[in-house]
Design a protein around this ligand. Sequence first.
Ligand SMILES: [Zn+2]
Length: 183
Amino acid sequence: MCKQCKISPVYEFTNKIKLCKNCFIKYFQKKVLYTIRKFKMIKKDEVIGYEKKRDFRGVVLFDILLMFSKKAMIEIIKLPTKKKINKKAVSSTIDSESDKITHILIKGKTSQLKEVSPINKKQIKPLYLFLDEEVRLYAKLKKLKFKEEKIKQDNISSFINDLEKKHPEIKRAIVNSYLELYN
Ligand SMILES: [Zn+2]
């Protein structure tokens, strides 16, 4: 049952806490706002660019940027544009970033580690603290239309995905360790 309102849940966290549809949507939106604040991603009056993408990460990024632009004094604008933008929002998640971090470490290209932080130069990643499965569920619950796209996998990616199945939270642990070391 949902921890808050005792109705049937749509999601269960690894710590066994369950949430119903409305509580999950609230949790997701609150956490996005927290992520934006925590990493100081967006300031007042900024113009935030985004690319229109039709995969689940892309449609959720747009949905939360729209929500944020109504709450805060910012403008969101579709790329490419001639207008000057302050930042570009991208749809990276725990899954995409843990995958990149592991590739960088295994291949020894540590100079690229800066690129996987929540803010990389003008690039911001509001979905940085979410798993793909949470992002996909949010898209479904909000009835956002998206196209299922195959994400390319090499041996290293399959290795991490297999690990995550046996030890849920390993991807989150990779991203959290990275944050502790580099921020
Ligand atoms: Zn609930």
